[in-house]
Design a protein around this ligand. Sequence first.
Ligand code: SF4
Length: 440
Amino acid sequence: MKSKKVALINLGCPKNLVDAEEMLGRVAYSGSTICQYPEDAEVLIVNTCGFIDDSKKESIDTILKMAKLKDDARCKKLIVTGCLAQRYPDELQKEIPEIDHVVGLKDFDKITSLSGSGNKGEKSLSVQCNDDWRNRIRLTPRHYAYLRISDGCDNRCSYCAIPDIRGKFYSRTIGNIMEEARKMAGEGVKELNIISQDTTSYGIDLYRNKQLHVLLEKLSKIKDIEWIRLLYTHPGHFYPELINFIAKCEKVCKYIDLPVQHCNDTILEKMRRGVTHTQLRTLIDNLRNHIPGLFLRTSVIVGFPGETEEQFAELLEFIKAVKFERLGAFTYSQEDGTPASSFKKQLPEKVKEQRQKEIMLAQQEIIIKKHRGLIGKSIPVIVDEMSEKGIFIGRSYGDAPDVDSKVIIQKAHLKAGDIKNMLITGTEGYDLISTLIREG
Ligand code: SF4
C-alpha cells in the first residue's frame, strides 16, 4: 500500500519535543513519509501542550489553523495528541469536529496505525516505552540534543496538572540512557541537555537513592560529548554528592535551571513545594559558593491565590538579592483539577500581569548589569548557526537553547557545534557580542 505523507506540528517544552521526535521515529519506521510542511501532508499530527492557559490557547489556535488545511483535498486526517489531548479528549473532539482522532499522551502505537497506510501493526515496533528512542528523529540542530532521563512526577505541587497528565515519576535505567547518549554522540551531538519533570530525583525509584551524580559521571566519559546541561532541577532534591560533581566535572556546564516558583513561606507551603525561604537561600548560597561562575536560571509564579502585596514584595526583594542570571516570570494559571484552582482569593488577571511586569523589569536591570560585567572577559561559547557571512550566533555555557540569551560572534570562521572561548566585547538587548580569541 502507498506510504502516507505525514507532518507533525510540535508545541510546548523540550519534554514535548522529545515525545514528538520519538513519535516521528515510530511513524517513519512504520513506512510513512515525513514531510516538513503541513501543506504537503495527507496526515497532520498536532502535538499539543496543555500546561497553562497561554499554551492551551496556542494549541487550540494551531489545531484550528491545521483544520483549515483539510479544505485542501490533500490533507485527509487531523490527529491531535500531547498534553492537551490527554487532559481534554472529549471537549476537543466535540468543539473541533475537523479533528479525526484525539490520541492520549505517548500512545505511539495508535498514532502509528492511524497515520500509516492502514496496515495496523504491520511494521509496528514491539518495544518497551524505554526503547522509543531507538528510531527517534531529532528535530534539534545536529550538535545538541535533549536527553530525557525520567518522566512523570510525584511531587504534586498544588498548582500543577503535570502529575495527572504524565503520571507517576519513573526513571530510565542508566544503561538505557547511556546507549542513547552514545548514539547521539556518534551522530555529532556535543551538548546534552538533560530533561525530565524532576531531574534531581533521578534514580530514586529504580535504585532507592538519587543517582544523578552517577549518571552524570558516566555521561561525562563519552568522548565526543563536551557539554552537559541540567534542566528542571528541584530545589528540594539537591544533595551534596551532586553539587560536588557539578563543581568538579569540566563537562557539566556551570548552569543550573532551578525553578523556585516563590520564596514566601506561606505561599511555598500552599504551593506544596516542600522547601522554605531559608532552605532556598541556603541552597543558592551553597551552589554559588561551590560552583564558581555559576549561571542560575529560575522561574517564578506571580499572583498565586491569596498572594498579598507583602508576599509579592518579598518575592521581588528575593529576586533583587539573589540576582539570578536567567529568569522567567509566569502569572498563576488556574488549572482544572488542581488543588490550587479551588483556593479562595483568586487574583484578577490585571494584578497578576502587573506583578509579572514588575519582576521582569527588576530582572532586566540585573541582566544588563551582569552582562556589562562580562565585557572584556573570555567565556566558552557553542556556535549554533551562521546568521550572515562572518557573523555567527551561539550560546555561552550559561545559556540553554531557545529560552536564554544568545552570543553574537563577529568576524570569525566557524561551524555549528564548535565550542570556543570568545571575548565578550559588548551587549545588544539581552544578548552578548563577542569575538573569537585566537589560540596559540
Ligand atoms: S515538580 Fe511540581 S511543578 Fe514540577 S512537574 Fe512536578 S508537580 Fe509540577
